[in-house]
Structure formats: structure tokens, C-alpha cells
Design a protein around this ligand. Structure first.
Ligand code: ADP
Length: 426
């Protein structure tokens, strides 16, 4: 039974009896019935009024006193409370979705199929220079780019275009995602860095192939000559001897490439894995090799603090220092003095090599550590350079928390220096 129905039935029963008695006694049946109806209706009008007032601001429970009214009004109240909780939960989720969209590194713009902007995130704002007031504007008219216009218009079969953004140094990959009949999502990704890397990789492969092809062509040329049956054995031996230099050149190049790849791809050695390197004897040994290479054409001096040691990879440091000393020999004319120094200051340990050779013009200084960058390509090749030496030095130093610096003046000479902060050990 509906709660409160019994009380209501009792009330109706009591009222009917009262109306019957009053009607019988007074014979005024009409007035008695009217009075009975008013008495029956009045509490319901009051309950309805309570409900009406509550419905204007339905936050707390409705304050209906009659049990018959309480059940339906409380049901309405509970349904409202549940839907309010649901809405609140949905809003929280929506806020998360919004925050996630805002945090996306890619630009996201929701537009209608006519191109009208409905929503965009912070990245889209940055990539396309949009402002809050652009909501409702036409995306195609705002961007004024024919490729974007074709994409929005559905004329691009794979729904993807690459454009140069308003800032000319930025390339954007723009993708169209159809959400439904009336809405599109435009996703924009900054691919400048990626494109640069791809170009660098292509350049690198082209450079390596070119560097290897030159000595290979020389080797093939000699081999053809050797095949000539009319050659004297002494002539053949001389030709075979000549094969050694380009073959050696290829080996040096491949070794440098392998070392550079290893330096770039292997993790930095941890403090516990590193050696305590006695730099002074290492520099003496490198200088001795360089003197041999120079064949007495240069005067190479070493001033090294024998007590100053360095924590790091002995192999990598040897490679960096010998590259720098080798360059000083390679790019100095005969008779040039070369000074190698290893010393400590408050800032840490320092290696430097000073030559009085050809020097480097200012405009090249920022690029000489790039792979295969040479100030004078044929000059470097003729001197046996691979174009990878300073790239190797740079990577070794990065792995040791150190920096490479150059002071150089054209035709005066150069000082290459490496600063190692806080890596020393006495
Ligand atoms: P390479 O194998 O050609 O020597 P590096 O990476 O060692 O390649 O050096 C890059 C370029 O920097 C060289 O080709 C040369 O032009 C210039 N360079 C390096 N060291 C010196 C130096 N000590 N004096 C003058 N030029 C130098």
C-alpha cells in the first residue's frame, strides 16, 4: 500500500461521516459537502505549496509533512540529487579531458564541416597564433593556406598535409580526423625537428658514401693497372704499395664512424665505472706519436701537471686529446711550434693545445664540430682528415661533463681547450 494512503482513507472516511452527520442534522447538504471538500483539500493545497516553493531551489529535502506527499516528493528529490552527482562526475571527467587536451604537445582544433572553429587547445593557439576570440571564426579564412583549405574541403585523399607555418622556420604536419557528419578534428604537429633530423641522416649517409667512394675509386684504378700483364714485378709491387694509403684512409674513416656511433648511442659511464686517468703520461705518449707523424717538422712541447688526474674513460680521453693534437700538427706548416698543456685552476682541470698554424676564420668556428664539416675540404683530405675528429672530441667531452672551446685567428694559429669542472683527482 502507498505510504500515507491509510491515513488519507481514514481522513476521507471521517470527513464523509462528519459531512453525513452535519448534512442530516442541518439538512444543508450542499454546504456540508462543500465544507467537507474544503477541509479535505486544504492540507493538500498546503503540501503542494511546500513542494512548489521547494522546487524553486531544490537543494535540501522537500519539507512536506503529509506522508502521502513525502514519498513522491522525496523520490523527485533523490532523482535530482542523483542526476546532480552524475553531472558533477561528468564535469570532472570533462575537466580531465580538457586538461589532457590542453597538455597535448600537438595542436587540436575542433571545427564544423563548414570550417567554423568550436574549440582549440593551447598548442593550437601557439602553432596557428589563434586567440580566444577566434571561436566561431572560419579556420580556413584565418589560416589562409591553400593546403589547409583543400584538407578541410575533403580534397586530400590521405587526409594529411605538411605545410610551412606562418613562422617560416616551422613545418607543421596537419591531419584531418572526421568525428561525425558535422564535425572535424584538425591535429597539427610541429615536425621541424623531425625533418631536420631526417635531412641530417640523409646528409650523413650521402657524406659517408662520398668519403668512402673516393679512396675506393683510387683502389679500383690501381687494381685495373695491376691487372695489366705487361707490368714488371717491381712496378706491380709499387702499385700494390700505393693501395695501402687509400685502404688505410678507409679504415681510419670506418674506425672514426664506429667510435662516433658508439659515443652517441652508449650511455654515459657512471662514476663507479670510470677510470682514474693519469693524463700527463697519456699526453706524453700522444705527443711522441705526433712527433713521429710530424717527422721532425714541428716542435711539440708538453707542460703537464703530473699529479693532476681525471676521472673518466681512458680510451675516450685518449681519442679526444690525440684528435686535437693531431689537428694541430695537420693544420700547422712545417716548423710550427705546438704547445700542449694540462693544468688545474679553481674552476677545474684544463687541457689545451696551441698551434701557430693556419687558424680558422670566425665564420667557421660555430660549425667545425659538425660531422664532415671542413673549412677546406680538399686540404683536410690531403692531410688525412676524416672530418669527424672534432665531432668525436665534442661527444667525448659531453660524456665527461666538459666543454670544448676554440680561440683562433686566420693565419696566426689556434688554441683548442677543454675545461673539465670537478672531475679531477690528485
Ligand atoms: P678533419 O678530419 O678534417 O681534421 P676535424 O673534425 O678534426 O676534421 O676538424 C674539422 C675542420 O676544422 C678541419 O677540416 C679544419 O678545417 C678545421 N680545424 C680543426 N683543427 C684545426 C686547427 N688546429 N687549425 C686549423 N683548422 C683546424
Amino acid at each position: 500500500m502507498i505510504p500515507g494512503a491509510r491515513v488519507e482513507l481514514l481522513r476521507i472516511g471521517a470527513l464523509t461521516i462528519a459531512v453525513a452527520i452535519v448534512g442530516e442534522l442541518s439538512k444543508a447538504w450542499g454546504i456540508a459537502i462543500l465544507a467537507g471538500a474544503i477541509v479535505w483539500v486544504f492540507p493538500h493545497v498546503r503540501e503542494f505549496d511546500h513542494f512548489r516553493r521547494w522546487s524553486r531551489h531544490p537543494i535540501g529535502r522537500p519539507d512536506n509533512a503529509a506522508e502521502l506527499w513525502q514519498e513522491p516528493t522525496v523520490k523527485v528529490f533523490r532523482a535530482l540529487r542523483q542526476s546532480r552527482t552524475r553531472v558533477r562526475r561528468m564535469l570532472t571527467r570533462l575537466r580531465y579531458v580538457r586538461a589532457a587536451t590542453e597538455a597535448l604537445p600537438d595542436g587540436a582544433i575542433l571545427i564544423t564541416s563548414d570550417g567554423e572553429i568550436e574549440m582549440f587547445n593551447a598548442a593550437a593557439q601557439r602553432l596557428f597564433g589563434l586567440a580566444a576570440g577566434d571561436i566561431g571564426q572560419n579556420f580556413v579564412s584565418l589560416t589562409r593556406n591553400p593546403e589547409i583549405a583543400a584538407l578541410v574541403d575533403g580534397q586530400v585523399p590521405d587526409k594529411l598535409v605538411e605545410i610551412t607555418a606562418n613562422r617560416a622556420d616551422m613545418q607543421l604536419e596537419i591531419r584531418r580526423i572526421d568525428i561525425d557528419e558535422t564535425r572535424l578534428l584538425i591535429l597539427a604537429r610541429d615536425v621541424t625537428q623531425l625533418n631536420r633530423l631526417l635531412t641530417m641522416r640523409q646528409d650523413f649517409v650521402a657524406n659517408v658514401s662520398h668519403e668512402l667512394r673516393t679512396p675506393l675509386t683510387v683502389i679500383l684504378g690501381y687494381l685495373e693497372s695491376i691487372e695489366d700483364d705487361t707490368l714488371e714485378p717491381a712496378q706491380t709491387r709499387r702499385l700494390i704499395e700505393r693501395l695501402r694509403s687509400p685502404a688505410k684512409r678507409m679504415k681510419v674513416l670506418v674506425d672514426d664512424l664506429l667510435l662516433l656511433t658508439r659515443l652517441e648511442s652508449s650511455p654515459k659511464p657512471s662514476q663507479t665505472e670510470v677510470d682514474v686517468v693519469a693524463v700527463a703520461p697519456m699526453l706524453e705518449a700522444i705527443a711522441a706519436e705526433a712527433r713521429q707523424l710530424s717527422n721532425g717538422r714541428h716542435r711539440i712541447t708538453v707542460e703537464a701537471d703530473a699529479t693532476l688526474k681525471l676521472r673518466g674513460s681512458e680510451f675516450e680521453l685518449h681519442s679526444a686529446f690525440s684528435n686535437l693534437i693531431g689537428n694541430a700538427v695537420r693544420y700547422s706548416p712545417d716548423g710550427g711550434d705546438i704547445a700542449v698543456r694540462w693544468f688545474a685552476t679553481e674552476a677545474g682541470a684544463h687541457f689545451e693545445v696551441e698551434d701557430h698554424g693556419m687558424g680558422i676564420a670566425g665564420q667557421h668556428l660555430s660549425r667545425i664540430t659538425e660531422r664532415f664539416y671542413r673549412v677546406d675540404l680538399s686540404g683536410s683530405r690531403a692531410r688525412g682528415g676524416t672530418g669527424l675528429g672534432l665531432a668525436i672530441v665534442k661527444h667525448v667531452l659531453i660524456r665527461h661533463g666538459a666543454t670544448l672551446g676554440v680561440r683562433s685567428e686566420l693565419n696566426q694559429g689556434s688554441v683548442f681547450f677543454c675545461d673539465f669542472p670537478h672531475r679531477t683527482s690528485r
